[in-house]
Design a binder for this molecule. Structure first.
Ligand code: SF4
Ligand code: SF4
Length: 306
């Protein structure tokens, strides 16, 4: 069975300080870095010891790619025969030389552009570097109306082949006007899908079966949004816990979760780029989810991705 693991270790610092970020207010001590490094190494060894197809997605609390150990992790995992994809969420500020040590066809980069911290020219250079390396990637912004111009500029300067997404701000902080909604939807036709919480209770989701989230202690959960553990990956018989299970949450409002809801059929759009949110522009424009059930009544508790 192919297993997808969303790994989120203790690291929770960032070299940026976005005002809208619930993370990044923390600066790791040397001891905390050591704890994170130990947890990561244990996880990498567990990945290496598996024999069935594996996909790994690093979804840190803060920015991890600036840390050498996470660059090495991408390199190591990408070269393992049974690893099909190793992806990471990042603000793309790190040096990208490490890509030369990776198997690029297996690397996925989810790159978020933060206009108040990143210079556009530098961010575009980094995107060009990813493209030159042959890495699958997507680019996006947090959908605050104040970023509309920055989003448009980025969209205009990136190749058509790069999907530019907009992450909806589902709390009242955004204050979307009808014009904002139309604007973001013109840039990202999947924005309405993201600007909703999908009714998920009892629905079939890969979470807990073929997709799990794992923390630094090895505790596995169906996803980042359901707190109840299903086991610990470092237990010898952990795989017995991997069974189909309907979602136990009322709604699912974050891309990294609802892409695994079966009825949304989002694998049609993202295919092998599912983890890093990469898709062809054509597929994004043509996609109509056949059985979308949405509710917008609950604000998102998840905060923002890096
Ligand atoms: S639908 Fe969302 S909340 Fe429910 S199990 Fe899947 S990822 Fe988790
Ligand atoms: S939103 Fe991302 S880039 Fe910005 S401070 Fe938070 S973790 Fe860092």
């Amino acid at each position: 069975m192919r297993l997808t693991v969303l790994y989120r270790g203790p690291l929770s610092s960032c070299n940026y300080g976005c005002t809208y970020c619930p993370f990044a207010k923390h600066h790791e001590t040397d001891e905390e870095h050591a704890v994170d490094a130990q947890a990561l190494e244990r996880f990498l060894q567990w990945c290496g010891a598996r024999v069935t197809p594996l996909r790994v997605f690093f979804t840190p609390w803060g920015e991890a790619l600036t840390q050498r150990r996470y660059q090495d992790a991408l390199s190591r995992l990408s070269k393992l025969p049974h690893v099909e994809k190793v992806a990471i969420q990042t603000n793309l500020s790190a040096r990208l030389d490490f890509l030369e040590t990776c198997e690029p066809s297996k690397v996925g980069i989810w790159a978020t552009y933060h206009p108040e911290w990143a210079k556009e020219a530098r961010f575009l250079e980094q995107c060009a570097r990813l493209a030159d390396a042959g890495v699958s990637f997507s680019v996006g912004v947090v959908g605050f109306p104040k970023f509309r111009d920055a989003l448009d500029s980025l969209r205009a300067k990136l190749p058509d082949s790069v999907y530019v997404w907009v992450n909806a701000v589902k709390s009242s902080d955004a204050g979307y006007s009808a014009d904002d909604l139309a604007h973001f939807t013109r840039v990202d036709p999947l924005f309405p899908l993201n600007n909703a919480r999908h009714a998920s209770l009892g629905r079939a989701c890969a979470g807990g079966h073929t997709v799990i989230s794992v923390d630094g202690d090895g505790v596995a959960r169906s996803c980042h949004f359901i707190r109840e553990p299903i086991g610990n990956v470092y237990d010898a018989r952990f795989d017995e816990a991997l069974t189909p299970r309907p979602c136990s949450a009322a709604t699912c409002g974050c891309h990294i979760g609802y892409v695994h809801l079966e009825h949304l059929e989002l694998t049609q759009v993202f295919g092998s780029g599912l983890l890093e949110r990469a898709a062809s522009r054509e597929k994004v424009h043509l996609f109509r989810s056949p059985r979308v059930t949405q509710t917008t009544s609950n604000p998102s508790p998840e905060g923002f991705p890096p």
